[in-house]
Design a protein around this ligand. Sequence first.
Ligand code: ZN
Length: 122
Amino acid sequence: MSEPGQVRLNAPAAESGGGTEITPMKGVICAQFVRCGNRKCRCHQGEPHGPYYYRVWREAGQVHKEYVKPSDVEGVRAGCDVHKEFTQQLRDLRKDREQLTRRIQSEWRKVTRSRKVRLDPH
Ligand SMILES: [Zn+2]
C-alpha cells in the first residue's frame, strides 16, 4: 500500500562518494612510528608502535603538527589533496594572467606605436 502525500524529505543528499564532504586542508599527512618508555617492549626490538598520523603544515614560517585520528586519516588526506590541487590551479591561473597581461601590454605598445607613425606628419 502506498499513500500519496507522505513523502520523506530527509533522503540522503549524495548517493555516490559516500556523502562525505571534503574540507580543504593545508599540509600533508605524515605517519610516525614511536618507541615507548618500556625498555622491554617490542618497540625497542625494532617493532615500533604506530603508525600514528599527523598533519604537518607550514604557516607564517612556522611548522605546525596536529594529531589525526586513524578514522580521520582518509578524510584529512583527501582534504590535503584538494587543497594542494587548488593552490596549484591558483598558481597556474596567476601564471596565465601574467602572460595575458604581458601580451596585452606588448599589443598595446604595438598599437600606440603604429598610431604614432600614422599621425607623424612626415
Ligand atoms: Zn613500546
